[in-house]
Structure formats: C-alpha cells, structure tokens
Design a protein. Structure first.
Length: 147
C-alpha cells in the first residue's frame, strides 16, 4: 500500500487494517486518522505476519483495548513514522504477544494516552532505535516482559 488515507473507519477488530495468517505487507506514506475499534483501531496482525510501516502518520485513533495489536509470530517494523494523539481507553497503544517483534526506527511517538505506550510480552521482543517519545500519558511508558 502506498499513498493511502484511512480515516473515520470503525470495527470491532481492526478499525483500518487486518493482516492474518502468513501475510506480508509494506505500507508507505499512508495516513491513519480517527479510526476506532475495540481491538486494533489501526492494525491487527496475527499468525505469521510481517508488516513494514514506513513514513506513515497514525493520528487520533481510539481503541478500547489496543490501537496496534500484534499476536503470534508477527514482525512489525515502524520506521520514519509518527504516532500522535492516539488513545486507548483501558489498554495499550501498541501490544505484541507470543514471539512478536516490534521495532521502531527513527519514529516519533507523541501525546498518546494508554496504560502503556508499548507492551511486549510473552516471548515478545522490542527494539527502539533513534526514535523520540514525548508527552505520552499512561501508567507505564514501555513494558517489556520476556517471560
């Protein structure tokens, strides 16, 4: 996907995009604005998915549980992108479970609200390189549990 806009979409799961079972996606220069869902207001990725998000803006998206949800053998690379003003009512801005790799490279994470901005757990891996995080609100900024 390239040069796309996703705005004002809503669903129970995956307000903008759902990737499942043995898929690969590259998302470049796209905007995800004011999407909503119970889980995954912007993206739900599960079961052996590789997703590359480059030079994208994720702004003012809302979720009950998670704005970006990755589960079960997912690789999610976010580079040169912005996560701005997203809100999760009782969960996390971004969650990775079960052998999931979440990486941020040269990205900006600003003014988001949620219990944790990034949560990587149950054999999850988190990698942050050259990124800026500021003005985020939550009980925890980054939680990484390698149990």
């Amino acid at each position: 996907m390239e040069d796309c806009n996703f705005s004002n979409n809503s669903a129970y799961q995956g307000g903008a995009i759902v990737f499942q079972i043995n898929s690969t996606a590259t998302i470049t220069n796209c905007k995800f604005i004011q999407n909503s869902a119970h889980v995954g207001a912007v993206i739900v990725a599960s079961w052996n998915v590789s997703a590359y998000i480059n030079t994208c803006t994720l702004e003012a998206n809302t979720a009950t549980d998670t704005v970006i949800y990755a589960n079960e053998l997912v690789t999610l690379h976010i580079s040169h992108s912005q996560l701005i003003g997203n809100e999760c009512k009782r969960g996390y801005i971004m969650t990775g479970f079960n052998q999931t790799l979440i990486s941020f490279q040269k990205s900006r994470i600003t003014s988001n609200k949620g219990d944790a901005i990034v949560l990587s757990r149950v054999s999850g891996y988190l990698k942050i390189i050259g990124s800026h995080m500021n003005d985020n609100k939550g009980n925890n900024m980054i939680v990484s549990d390698y149990s």
